[in-house]
Ligand binder design. Sequence first.
Ligand SMILES: [Zn+2]
Length: 193
Amino acid sequence: MFGGLQILSYLCKFKSGKKMNRNEDTKVVLIGLKPGRYSYRFTLGDDFFAGYENEEIGGGKVEVEAEMEKNERVVLFRFRLEGEIETWCDRCLGEMKVKIEGEETLEVRFSDTEVSDEENVAILPEGASEVDLGRWLYEYVAVRLPLRHQHEEGECDPEMVKYLVSKDGEESEGQRAEREIDPRWEALKGLKQ
Ligand SMILES: [Zn+2]
């Protein structure tokens, strides 16, 4: 049962990663700001990532530089992200870090009726006094974590690797690939936390 839940939450990681926690540090106040350009800097740390349910992200530190262009009816953001995420190796389940970097844009519009499915568009209620960028910043990081991530060859936890080899014997590439996508393995990884 526990294993089942672990797998479920693994499969739902992107959906369940939203709206868990309102993060004061990623809010930008809009009310009273004259149209123009503004710069912000955010540091997404362990506390930030702990606010979202994602077993693949154990923590990390990602610096975000944000440029905001505020107009009367629309606010445009341009983000640059750079940092590291702590996660677990698919092969030995040991901790490992994955570098994250990239650029994103977000267009914020204001409407009480409009909805948008567009990836980089956010609709806020008319007259919204602030925008919390947390869930977008979180998603920018989450989508950059590769689906498969392993230590460099030879850097896996030797004890775990020994165990894997003695358990599976001389495994072929095919067997190894099969094991690595075995959902029970993902469940184990969850338990290890
Ligand atoms: Zn490893």
